[in-house]
Structures are given as structure tokens and as C-alpha cells.
Design a protein around this ligand. Structure first.
Ligand SMILES: Nc1ncnc2c1ncn2[C@@H]1O[C@H](COP(=O)(O)OP(=O)(O)OP(=O)(O)O)[C@@H](O)[C@H]1O
Length: 870
């Protein structure tokens, strides 16, 4: 039976913990034990609450009749305050009995499970001990703060106070990911996507902050300060002002926070670089945060003398005097100050960093050339770009290799390969991996290692990659960013649309709706196919020493009839257009070849050899290149050769920028397919970064590109979620109560012991059906708005659930102490919802619909957060 949840919610000094609550339900502890007064009010009332009580009663059938009689009797008893006191005493003694019982159950179930793997789970699966209670459920806050980019706050979320960074929808997501990771050991990946400027980086920082609150000991820990410092330093080097976003990330991040038993174990940042030439030569209309120039401008005369830089200084940086730069100067100076402080936290001496720059300047390769605006621009771009790229790589390495000794949180390191789940997890992983390898008849030491790695790397990852951009005209860095956005879109399509439809088909479940979505594979093929794709053709052109024009004609010839390739408008010998999932983008290939080579001359690097260079840090930065140079005969032989400016993933030399980018993207995907994804789709409210302005056309474009309509259609009418019978009943059977457990003794446990075969599956399915029928009945009228929203079906091995059913089931189980059955509220917050924009498509469904009211204008923003079940 499902007890009306508001009964629990209203009682006692604090909420009942979810596991205890589930246990109470399983044992049919009457709600009156928790709050006599509340019970009386509810029963003397009527309307909705009585309706909810009636709905709950219907679930229990004959048992409910008995209970109602008891209920009535207790209601009379409770009219006396003495009796209320008496009941409260009983509650206390009952609580301690229940704790004992719970312990007994956990121990007993573990024992009964025998060899059991998943089957050894107790009726209520153990939770992470460290997890704080889930964030306040939305039913209490029908109008949470704006969850999507309304351009009201440009602060670094990592430095915000918790209150300012309060984003309930993101907090719930983090809690769900950590909880799931703790329950299953399975890696979790929170994937942010959306166009440039939609708020991915901002949201990723809020998520990271929240992750530390939930599992990392909060923002006062060294681990958090260290990560925040690394972020600040990286953002200063890797953020630029572009037409789409004045704080656009030019470095993508995947932050792996490894958690074990619900607590942070270590963190790792993976970075994805685009073309580094922008460090010294941003495209027209764009601007970098000139940390390098601030470095020079901020040096004291003593420091200049110490670095032999007397000849250089602000007077050389006349470009700072151009009107655009003057406006930016105070902002850059403030960033520079914060940046310097963060270097200290990372343990990187500021002067070491300046020495790198000094070394490059003193080599005489960088001169400042007057530009058309009367400002100065640096020459010697390759050298400066190389120094910048390597400096960034060093900062990432430093951020990943800090050791935190003697900490309860373990070690912050990327170096170690040790298991984060201890020997037991490693053993399980090994046996799972071994079984798989044997079945496949594998050559598979590699497969085994892979299995171990993935089963033991229980991370919660936050992925913030490049958003879609359509700068006019676009360069190679934009092509890479857009390939990345296309790949993430494809990952989403496959996970959400394709696999949902395929599993329904495989298991013979009649899906009420086949969602038609736009597959972007042809576009990904056009760009990245190894046989003649745009990137492969670029490599070929670089190898042939061709020109931009030759490259474009090569591409045109190879893909003349390709539906995603178009001519630039107006036609241009160096330009071509690609029809991406979000829009058509025109690329100018003028700098494609040079950027793809990404080369720095070897004689420059030879100057950093320890024999000739007194700056140890510079030698350290170029360590790998100097080693390679030494192997080729040393500095004496330098001259005419090239090294790559950006850090590379290729073991051998000779790779190009796009090859590296592609390889990194592939590796990232390999990690993502092993994780349970959580998608956060971000929308920007307008194209001009104006605070509190909602532009319908801009939002509509993004809604269409991200296929939000198709997604919500699937959520509303399809079966987007599925779960194995055994996993489902292990987790949710408590919702069905004692009867279920009695029968489980005969049937469910047999399945748990690992018996295979159809019969066990059938019985597992029957048990799931009982649970689901109970839940469905409890969510019966007067809600949800559309009964069709709460649907489920049984396949051969999986239960299939509609989004409404998933929400009801999860909330019965996860957040029982909130008013989950308070149906009018839940309808507004959690059920498919008609979003009131003026888009022609009127059936957009969203999880949250906050309204921002400002200057009597009513604005609406949408954020769709998709949580999927594995
Ligand atoms: N929820 C929000 N409320 C207010 N301002 C926001 C919000 N989200 C983002 N912003 C602001 O909007 C701007 C763009 O956000 P952000 O840089 O996170 O976008 P992005 O999607 O990561 O873009 P890119 O792909 O170009 O890196 C930033 O100045 C940021 O502070």
C-alpha cells in the first residue's frame, strides 16, 4: 500500500529519512503514529486530501478496509490530547524498533542473497551514508529562480555564495547523479549542450559547486579551492569575447569528480583545445583577455630589471590605448589580479610564468607592429602561441596532479590508476569482464582492462564543450567547435530517440508513438569521415603543401552532391558552407592550412634547452619537445623542422590540430558511452546578451535545433525509460508492501539468486507489474492532467516507462517525505506542461517554467533537463 505522503511530511521535528520511510511503508506503519493532529485535520476535511487518501485506499484493496477501521478508531482516540502524547511515545519506541529491524533486514538480506551480486541487495537498497537529504522538492516552490540564462549575472559561479548559486533543477540533477553513482558504482556524465552563450559554462560551475556541497565537503575544502583556482586560471587564458558571447570558452572541459561511497575521492580536468593562434590574433571583432599583456603592464621596475625586460613595458603595448581596449582594461586588470592569486593556490610561481613570456620576448621574435586602429599588435605569433598553449597544458597538469595528503577525501590526482572502489569492486569488475571476454572468445586483455577501468572509475563527470557558433565568416576553430556540437547532438539523438525506439521493437512493446527526429549523421560524415571528409581533405592539402583555394575546390569536387555542403553566398573561391543541425554556416578557409599545421619552429624550441636557458620553468614547459630534439641530434641540428604548438595526443609526431581534436573527441565519446548520461539543454534568452529580454525567435530557433519538441513528444507519449526487471524490483518493490515481499520470498529471491531463463524473467516481470500497478493507482485521478502520461509496459527483460510514470515512481521512492501526492502542484511542476511561449508549436513540454517579471514585462524561459534511467 502507498500511504498518503503528506502525512509523513507534516510530522515531527524533521523529515523522516527516505530509507526509513520506505521501510515504514513496507511495514504498513499507520500514518497516525506520526502526527495525530494532522491526521484528524485530514480526515475531517475532504476535497483533495480525502481524495488522495481514497486513492491510496483503493490500492490496498481488502487490506485498506481493515486499515480504515483502525484509522477511524485511532482518529477518535486522538481527539484526546493525552492519547496524542501516548501515540507520540509509541512512535518513539516504534522508531527504535524499526531501526533495529532495518539493520536486521540489511544483514539478513545480504546473507540470504548468497552468491547474489545484485540479488544480495536488501529490500531497501543501501544508500550512500554521506548523502545529505535531497534538495527541496519543487512542489513547494512552484516558481523557482530563473534556471536559464537571463543575462542577469556574469559572476563566476564557483565564487558565488550558495544562496546566489541556488538552482534547484541543477541541484536535483547533481543529487540524482551522486545517489545513482553511490547505489550502482556506475559512472555518471552530466552533458551540457546549447549554442554559444546559452549558459553551459555557468551551469557547469553551479553543478560543480553543488557537487562539492553534496559529495565533496563543501567550498571550504582545499580540493574545492584548488579546482576553483584551476578553473579561474584556465578561463583567463581560454575565454574570449566573441560576437555571440563576451565570455566564450575557447577550451572545452570534462571535469571528472570521482566519488566513492558518496564522497569525493579525486578530481581530474580534461581539456579540449581549439586553434591557439587566436591567442595572439583573435578574428576581427573578437578579443582575448590579454593576460600576457597585463603581465607586462603589471610588472614593477624591479621585476622588469630582474627579467631583463627594461626595454619592454606598457609603452610597447600601445594597442591598449585603442578605444575598445581602453574600455576592457579595468575588467582585464581585475581578472588579472584574481588570476595571480589563483596561481598561488595552484603552486605556480607568477614570475615563472612571466619568465616564459620574457624568454619569448627576449628572443626577439615578438615585435609589436602598429595596426590600422593605431594600436600595437604582436608579431612572432607562432612563438607566443606555443608559449601560451604549453602554459595552459602545464596548468591543467598542475591542477590534476596536486596531492592532498592525510585528507579524508583521498588524493586529488590524475596520475594514479588505482581503483577508487576498492578490491571488492575491482573483483566484481574483473569477474564481469572475464565472463564477457570468455563469451566473446576474446583476445581480450585489453577488453578486460577496459572493463576494470570503467567499472572502477565511478566518476560523476560534468561536460562543458563548445557551443554551436555561426561567426561570419567562420574559421577552422569554429569548424572544430561545430563538429563537437554535432557530435554531442548525435550522442543525444542516439541515446534518447534511437535506443528508445529500438528497445521497444526488440522487446515487442507496442510504442504508441515513433518520434521523427532529424538525424545529423550525414553532417558528421561530411566533416569527419576519414575518407575525404572536410578534415581529412584538409590534412591531405596540408601534406601536399596546397593553398586555401585548392582545398576548397578539392572539397567541392569530392562532395558535389552532398546535401549538407553548399556554396558560399555570394560565391567565393576560398569559402564554402555547411548545413549544420542548428544553422547553415559559411567557412572561410584562408587560415585553415596554417591553423591545422599548428607549427612552431624547432630552432625556437632549441633556445629553451637547459644548456642555454636559465629559466627552468620554460625548459620544463617545453620538456617533451626538447627531449625529441635531443633524440634528433640536439640544438645544433635544429633549423627547418617543426613541432606542434598545442599539446598533442599522438604518440608520434606529425599529427595535425584537427587530427588531435578528432582523437580527443573519440576518446571522450568512448568514456561517455560507458556512463549514465544526464542531459542539460541550455537556451539563451536573446542574441544580444541583454538582461531580462526574451526573444521568441531566438528561443524558437534553439528549441527546434535541439529537437526539444521531439523530445517532449517522446516524454509525453512514448516510453523513454527502461529498466531491467531485477534492478527495478530490487529498488522499488518496497513500494508494494509486505505482500510483495512475501511472494518475493518464493519467486523474487529465486531470480535474485541468479537463476536465469525465461521463467525467472517472467516472474520478475510479474513482480514489477504489481509494483507499477500500485504506483499507477496511487497516482490516479484527480491527477495527472492526462492519465496517458502515467503509462508503463512490460518487455521481455525490461519495464518500459513513460516520463510521467518515471517521475511518479521515483518521487514515491526518493522523496516520500514531500507532498508527492499533492496532485495539483505536481501537475504544474513535474508533468508534461504546456509552455506559454508564442511558438507556433504549442505543445512544448518542460520540466520547469519559471516566469521572470521585470519592469512589468512578463518573460518566460524554458530549461529542459532530461534525466534518463539506465
Ligand atoms: N542562469 C544565468 N543567469 C544569468 N546569467 C547567466 C546565466 N547563465 C549564463 N549567464 C551569463 O551568460 C553569459 C554566457 O554564459 P556562458 O559563458 O556560460 O555560455 P556558454 O554556453 O558556456 O557559451 P560558450 O559555448 O560560448 O562558452 C555569461 O556572461 C554568463 O555569466
Amino acid at each position: 500500500m502507498l500511504l498518503p505522503d503528506q502525512t509523513y511530511e507534516a510530522c515531527g521535528p524533521g523529515p523522516v529519512s527516505p530509507p526509513l520511510h520506505a521501510l515504514l511503508r513496507a511495514h504498513r506503519v499507520p500514518p497516525e503514529f506520526f502526527c495525530a493532529n494532522r491526521t484528524r485535520r485530514r480526515h475531517s476535511g475532504g476535497g483533495e486530501e480525502a481524495g488522495a487518501a481514497a486513492a491510496a485506499g483503493a490500492v490496498a484493496g481488502a487490506g485498506a478496509t481493515r486499515r480504515r477501521t483502525r484509522h477511524q478508531r485511532r482518529r477518535n482516540d486522538a481527539s484526546s490530547s493525552n492519547e496524542a502524547v501516548h501515540l507520540q511515545r509509541r512512535l518513539l519506541s516504534l522508531s527504535s524498533e524499526l531501526v533495529t529491524l532495518r539493520n536486521h533486514l540489511h544483514v539478513g538480506a545480504g546473507g540470504a542473497g548468497g552468491a547474489g551480486g545484485a540479488g544480495s541487495q536488501p529490500a531497501v537498497p543501501p544508500r550512500a551514508h554521506h548523502l545529505p537529504p535531497p534538495p527541496a522538492a519543487l512542489p513547494h516552490h512552484p516558481a523557482p529562480p530563473p534556471p536559464v540564462n537571463a543575462y542577469t549575472d556574469a559572476c563566476n559561479a564557483l565564487t558565488l555564495t550558495a544562496a546566489r548559486a541556488h538552482r534547484p533543477e541543477l541541484a536535483r540533477l547533481v543529487h540524482d547523479a551522486v545517489r545513482h553513482q553511490a547505489d550502482t558504482g556506475y559512472p555518471q556524465a552530466i552533458i551540457l549542450s546549447g549554442v554559444s552563450g546559452s549558459g553551459k559554462t555557468h551551469a557547469s560551475m553551479v553543478l560543480l559547486r553543488r557537487l562539492f556541497d553534496v559529495a565533496g565537503g563543501g567550498p571550504e575544502t582545499d580540493a574545492f579551492k584548488h579546482l576553483a583556482a584551476a578553473f579561474t586560471v584556465l578561463r583567463a587564458l581560454g575565454t574570449a569575447a566573441t560576437p555571440a558571447n563576451s565570455h566564450s570558452s575557447r577550451i572545452g572541459h570534462f571535469i571528472e569528480v570521482q566519488v566513492t561511497d558518496g564522497a569525493l575521492y579525486r578530481t581530474k580536468i580534461h581539456c579540449y583545445f581549439l586553434d591557439q593562434t587566436r591567442v595572439v590574433r583573435p578574428p576581427p571583432g573578437e578579443r582575448n583577455y590579454h593576460i600576457f599583456y597585463q603581465m607586462l603592464a603589471g610588472l614593477t621596475p624591479d621585476e622588469r630589471a630582474q627579467l631583463h625586460l627594461e626595454g619592454y613595458g606598457p609603452q610597447d603595448l600601445r594597442y591598449l590605448a585603442s578605444p575598445h581596449q581602453r574600455r576592457a582594461e579595468p575588467e582585464d586588470a581585475a581578472r588579472f589580479h584574481a588570476w595571480k592569486t589563483c596561481l598561488v593556490i595552484l603552486g605556480i610561481p607568477f614570475l615563472d610564468v612571466v619568465r616564459v613570456l620574457a624568454a619569448v620576448l627576449l628572443l626577439g621574435n615578438v615585435q609589436f607592429i602598429e595596426n590600422t586602429e593605431g594600436g600595437a599588435e604582436p608579431g612572432g605569433e607562432a612563438e607566443l602561441a606555443a608559449a601560451a598553449a604549453l602554459l595552459v597544458a602545464t596548468i591543467v597538469r598542475r591542477a590534476n596532479s596536486l596531492k592532498r595528503l592525510g585528507s579524508t577525501l583521498g588524493t586529488l590526482s590524475s596520475d594514479s590508476n588505482e581503483s577508487v572502489h576498492g578490491p571488492e569492486a575491482a573483483r566484481r569488475a574483473l569477474s564481469a569482464g572475464a565472463a564477457r571476454a570468455a563469451r566473446a572468445g576474446a583476445r581480450s586483455m585489453a577488453a578486460l582492462n577496459d572493463a576494470v577501468r570503467h567499472a572502477t572509475d565511478g566518476f560523476v563527470g560534468i561536460l562543458d564543450m563548445f557551443g554551436f557558433e555561426d561567426a561570419a565568416p567562420s574559421r577552422l576553430e569554429h569548424l572544430c567547435a561545430n563538429l563537437c556540437a554535432e557530435t554531442m547532438q548525435h550522442f543525444y539523438n542516439t541515446h534518447v530517440f534511437k535506443s528508445a525506439a529500438e528497445s521497444c521493437r526488440e522487446e515487442g512493446v507496442a510504442c504508441p508513438l515513433e518520434v521523427e527526429y532529424v538525424d545529423n549523421v550525414p553532417c558528421i560524415d561530411l566533416v569527419s569521415s576519414l575518407r575525404g571528409g572536410l578534415l581529412a581533405a584538409l590534412d591531405a592539402e596540408c601534406a601536399a603543401g596546397g593553398s586555401a583555394e585548392q582545398y576548397v575546390s578539392r572539397v567541392r569536387a569530392a562532395h558535389r552532391a552532398h546535401p549538407r555542403l553548399a556554396d558560399a553566398r555570394p560565391p567565393h573561391a576560398r569559402r564554402f558552407a555547411v548545413r549544420h543541425y542548428a544553422a547553415e554556416v559559411t567557412y572561410d578557409a584562408a587560415d585553415f592550412l596554417e591553423a591545422n599545421r599548428d607549427a612552431v619552429p624547432d630552432d625556437l624550441l632549441a633556445a629553451f634547452d637547459s644548456a642555454t636557458c636559465e629559466f627552468g620553468f620554460a625548459t620544463h614547459l617545453f620538456g617533451a619537445e626538447l627531449k625529441a630534439l635531443a633524440a634528433q641530434g640536439g640544438a645544433a641540428n635544429a633549423g627547418g623542422g617543426f613541432f606542434r604548438a598545442s599539446p598533442t595526443v599522438a604518440a608520434e609526431g606529425g599529427s595535425t590540430l584537427t587530427q588531435d581534436f578528432h582523437t580527443r573527441l573519440d576518446n571522450l565519446l568512448r568514456t561517455l558511452v560507458h556512463a549514465r548520461p544526464h542531459f542539460v539543454r541550455c537556451l539563451r534568452a536573446n542574441a544580444t546578451e541583454t538582461p531580462m529580454l526574451f526573444e521568441r525567435a531566438t528561443v524558437a530557433r534553439q528549441v527546434r535545433a535541439l529537437q526539444i519538441l521531439e523530445t517532449t513528444q517522446l516524454m509525453a507519449s512514448g516510453y523513454p525509460h527502461r529498466m531491467r526487471f531485477r534492478a527495478f524490483s530490487a529498488r522499488y518493490r518496497a513500494l508494494w508492501g509486505r505482500g510483495a515481499r512475501g511472494e518475493r520470498g518464493d519467486r523474487g529471491e529465486r531470480a535474485e539468486r541468479g537463476e536465469r531463463g525465461e521463467r525467472a524473467e517472467r516472474e520478475g516481470g510479474a513482480e514489477c507489474a504489481r509494483v507499477l500497478r500500485s504506483v499507477q493507482a496511487a497516482a490516479a485521478p484527480p491527477a495527472p492532467a492526462s492519465p496517458a502520461a502515467v503509462r508503463w509496459a512490460l518487455g521481455k527483460r525490461h519495464v518500459f516507462l513513460s516520463e510521467g510514470m518515471r517521475q511518479v515512481t521515483t518521487h514515491h521512492f526518493e522523496y516520500p517525505h514531500y507532498k508527492l501526492i499533492n496532485l495539483p502542484q505536481i501537475r504544474h511542476s513535474f508533468y508534461p506542461y504546456h509552455v506559454r511561449t508564442s511558438l507556433p508549436e504549442t505543445a512544448i513540454l518542460g520540466y520547469y517554467l519559471p516566469e521572470i517579471k521585470s519592469n512589468k514585462k512578463k518573460l518566460t524561459t524554458i530549461v529542459l533537463i532530461l534525466q534518463t534511467w539506465a
